[in-house]
Design a binder for this molecule. Structure first.
Ligand code: IMP
Ligand code: MG
Length: 179
């Protein structure tokens, strides 16, 4: 049995005020557009809920959709493949798309989804992630909106999991194995 300790990196209040800032920035940039917010499941569900819940205050009335993607092969391998388990189900033509995920790591998932979305002919595609690990990137992709940049550490909470656990936690913590 592996045992872990949690070291809190961003607590509930820090997350809340950063999300508030992101909403203001997004609202300014997307004013007057027909916005579609697309969340990547499962990791995006809490961040997306927090982001979109306050959008009405800024006169944004987004359509919301989710897609499920999975990767195959070891995450460090250059041959790792991404597969669509559940595709986008909203018509994106003429829309301003905002893709939301918990974290941008190697960038493979996001690069793949952005390419898929381009085929659906939206007006524009932007990317919003709560966390960014730029040191881990293997694809040439950047997010337009980032909550926080972090080092190459394994984090859980606020949607992020380890083996399906910890997603519900209202904070982001580094998970360290006790030996
Ligand atoms: P990538 O950018 O394609 O490498 O994959 C990003 C996905 O990897 C995220 O959506 C997460 O599901 C997962 N991931 C990356 N780093 C972490 C982490 O520190 N904790 C939990 N999941 C992570
Ligand atoms: Mg994920």
């Amino acid at each position: 049995m592996h045992k872990f300790t949690e070291k809190i990196l961003f607590d509930r209040n820090v997350i809340q005020s950063r999300v508030e800032e992101l909403i203001e920035q997004i609202a300014a940039d997307f004013a007057g557009t027909e916005l579609v917010v697309i969340g990547i499941l499962k990791g995006s569900f809490i961040f997306l809920a927090d982001l979109t819940r306050e959008m009405r205050r800024f006169d944004l009335n987004p359509q919301i959709d989710f897609t499920i993607l999975s990767s195959y092969g070891p995450s460090t391998s250059p041959t790792t493949m991404v597969k669509i388990e559940r595709d986008i189900s909203v018509d994106l033509r003429g829309k301003a798309v905002l893709v939301v995920d918990d974290i941008l790591d190697t960038g493979r998932t996001m690069r793949y989804l952005k390419e898929r979305i381009t085929w659906l002919e939206p007006d524009s595609v932007k990317v919003c992630v709560f966390l960014d690990k730029p040191s881990r990137r293997v694809c040439d992709i950047q997010a337009d909106y980032v909550g926080f940049e972090i080092d190459d550490v394994f984090v859980v909470g606020y949607g992020l999991d380890y083996n399906g656990y910890h997603r519900e936690k209202p904070y982001i913590a580094v998970l360290e194995e006790i030996r």
